[in-house]
Design a protein around this ligand. Structure first.
Ligand code: PMP
Length: 394
């Protein structure tokens, strides 16, 4: 037996392809903020991107990326720690810290690496990481990498967290790790209670604000939305969503950030974010401050879709953000629904276990036009009777 033997008997993806139901690794041939062109030339309304503010195709962001590539090259070919650091990375750190209201920031190459760096950089054997059951995969991987003990608590259940934390408080150093906005459900963490419990038991709270940063509270994120930025010791961010680029950051106190700068292995042993990605993130950060209407627009667009989908009879969960999950049923009916929607010119993301229970993950952007949203609604209306088991009431 070898470790590659299992690959030959892995048939799940092949079976889905054979059934014409495979929804992954689709080729897109071009896109703007609200639509995408598929490889066969068909245009779909994009209801599945994380480009919440519509900045990934903004001409100013694209221009900043192009200028940086011309000036510094396509890549930095090294870690920030050694030859890969640019004034651009340092400038982005200063402006992130200022905007998000934390003393210091550390820029890494992805949000995934920001989580690895913060959690595995600070926690180790003997420590305990408390993870929300719905925490993002990168947070789980980070906790595993740290070799700290992992203790799960029920999703957003602060009573469960309190009970579990109170049992071990004083016997180990603890970190509480949550998403600010949960990526599959679109719900917020109960931050005031999490801050209170973490403080009470001396645990360090980390909020991964991949989906709240740049979106909530005029872009200042989940902690600011609750008025608790100074009470959250560690915040992580990604530039692959509202910032329309690639990269990630850790925000915290000066000495913690300085420690991570010299100890986070995902920073030290990986090449720095490319000049163009870093410049794009910086330009997006400046634009979102100058154009706070974008945060209002994405929220209005999502509210519109929530109302329309609910009126059509779809089950949309408890989301308060631009992420709207649409529950269809089991995996096969979810894939069938995904396929029918694509035929109607609407792209959504099909999510299957182990990522989350089966659902269509829909998400919206500030740049979507009324006409595009109406096209999306028309698509959902056209497939409704085939997709929903309950009789339609509209
Ligand atoms: N945290 C959360 C909650 C996410 O949803 C994601 C991306 N899906 C990440 C972290 C990782 O971010 P990145 O794409 O920058 O690696």
């Amino acid at each position: 037996m070898s470790v590659i033997d299992k690959c030959a008997s892995y048939t799940r993806a092949r079976e889905a392809k054979a059934a014409g139901l495979y929804p992954y690794f689709l080729n897109f041939d071009g896109r703007d903020a609200g639509t995408a062109r598929m490889a066969d030339g068909r245009e779909v309304v994009m209801c599945g991107s994380n480009d919440y503010l519509g900045l990934s195709t903004d001409p100013r962001v694209v221009e900043a990326a192009a200028r940086a590539a011309e000036r510094y090259g396509a890549g930095c070919t090294g870690s920030r720690f050694l030859n890969g650091n640019l004034e651009l990375h340092d400038q982005l750190e200063r402006e992130l810290a200022e905007f998000f209201g934390k003393p210091a920031a550390l820029v890494l190459t992805t949000g995934y690496q920001a989580n690895l760096g913060a959690i595995a950089g600070l926690c180790g054997p003997g420590d305990i990481v408390f993870l929300d059951k719905e925490a993002h995969a990168s947070l789980i991987d980070a906790a595993r990498l740290s070799r700290a003990k992992i203790q799960w608590f029920a999703h957003n259940d602060t009573d469960d967290l309190r009970a579990k934390l109170s049992r071990v408080a004083g016997t180990a150093d603890c970190m509480v790790v949550v998403d600010g906005v949960y990526s599959m459900e679109g719900d917020l963490c109960p931050l005031p209670e999490l801050v209170e419990i973490s403080d009470e038991f001396g645990a360090t709270l980390l909020v991964d604000d991949a989906h709240g940063g740049g979106v909530l509270d005029k872009g200042r994120g989940t902690s600011s939305h609750f008025g608790l930025t100074t009470s959250v010791p560690l915040i992580t961010l990604t530039f692959s969503k509202a910032f329309g680029s690639i990269g990630g950051a850790i925000l915290g106190d000066e000495e913690v950030i300085d420690y991570l700068r010299h100890n986070a292995r995902s920073l030290m042993f990986s090449a720095s974010a490319s000049p163009s990605n870093t410049a794009a993130a910086l330009e997006s950060l400046r634009i979102l401050q100058a154009e706070p209407w974008r945060c209002g627009a994405v929220s209005d667009n999502a509210d519109f879709m929530r109302r329309e989908l609910t009126a059509l009879g779809y089950e949309v969960g408890a989301s308060q953000t631009p992420i709207i999950p649409v529950e269809i049923g089991d995996g096969v009916s979810t894939l069938l629904a995904w396929n029918l929607l694509i035929e109607q010119g609407v792209y959504v993301n099909a999510v299957l276990p182990p990522a989350a229970s089966p659902r269509l993950r829909t998400s919206y952007t500030a740049a979507q036009t009324e006409e595009q949203l109406h096209r999306a609604v028309a698509g959902f209306r056209a497939v409704r009777d085939q997709v929903l088991r309950v009789p339609a009431h509209v």
